[in-house]
Design a protein. Structure first.
Length: 77
């Protein structure tokens, strides 16, 4: 069985990437977070928009082998 990641994990990864890009001014195409269960989630960062005073991006939700209505949603930060 292929595991997916929660919407919250996707939101945390997107927020971490957006903060990184805002603070460093450098683009980040992937980011990793550790989930509460100890699994490392390596997220692909999409929809990147950066300027001098802001940064935003998205992580696309992957439901794994147990998809739900949120699978494929762009979780943005």
């Amino acid at each position: 069985m292929r595991y997916g990641f929660t919407t919250g994990s996707c939101a945390a990864a997107a927020a971490k990437a957006a903060c990184y890009m805002l603070l460093t001014g450098r683009r980040k195409d992937t980011i990793s977070i550790q989930t509460p269960s100890g699994i490392v989630f390596n997220a692909q960062i999409e929809d990147i928009v950066m300027n001098e005073n802001s940064a935003s991006c998205a992580v696309i939700k992957d439901g794994g082998d147990d998809p739900d209505i949120t699978t494929g949603v762009h979780v943005c930060a």
